[in-house]
Design a protein around this ligand. Structure first.
Ligand code: CMX
Length: 135
């Protein structure tokens, strides 16, 4: 797959404002974007560390993926996202190798990226996201 870098690490939090305040102190930089991703039932907040981002994820619906995660596991690392090229081709190859895909085709995620998730049951328990910058 040869990803170029870790695009972001997603962290599930209960209270976005409290978590933003903590990360602003920890990283010594301001949160540069807050965005609601309605179809994922989350509100996100972003920080940059070099090429990699921290994506804080607060749930907007207890039945959404982050709402369910917080209920089951509590706050913590929710997913890791790798930057790749040729996302659709990568997904086709992974499916051929027997990987369980959550998204068989890319969809739009936060910041306009094309994204797709691999199921944690196929990835040693780590929900894995592949991201591609649109052309
Ligand atoms: N990391 C690791 N394991 C996870 C997980 C996560 N983030 N979320 C759920 N699981 C595990 C659960 O613990 C559970 O394991 P057990 O069967 O051993 O108990 C199993 O997956 C099923 O969990 P569930 O609560 O019943 O949830 P669903 O099966 O309905 O959904 C998943 C799980 C991963 C398919 C769903 O969360 C999903 O589609 N995620 C991708 C989309 C997403 O996470 N969006 C939010 C971020 C959006 C963004 O970054 O913009």
């Amino acid at each position: 797959m040869n990803p170029s870098h870790i695009e972001h690490i997603g962290i599930a939090v209960k209270d976005l404002d409290v978590a933003i305040s903590y990360y602003e102190k920890l990283l010594g930089s301001k949160c540069y974007a807050v965005e609601e991703v309605a179809d994922q039932k989350v509100k996100t907040a972003f920080f940059k560390i070099g090429q990699t981002k921290i994506e804080l994820l607060a749930s907007t619906d207890p039945e959404g993926p982050v709402g369910k995660f917080l209920e089951k596991k509590g706050e913590g690392v929710h997913h890791i996202a790798f930057a790749v090229e040729g996302l659709q081709e990568q997904l086709t190859l992974l499916a051929e190798e027997g990987m369980q895909l959550i998204d068989k085709t890319p969809r739009k995620g936060a910041e306009g990226l094309n994204i797709a998730f691999l199921h944690p049951k196929s990835t040693f328990g780590v929900l894995t996201e592949l991201c591609e910058h649109p052309e």
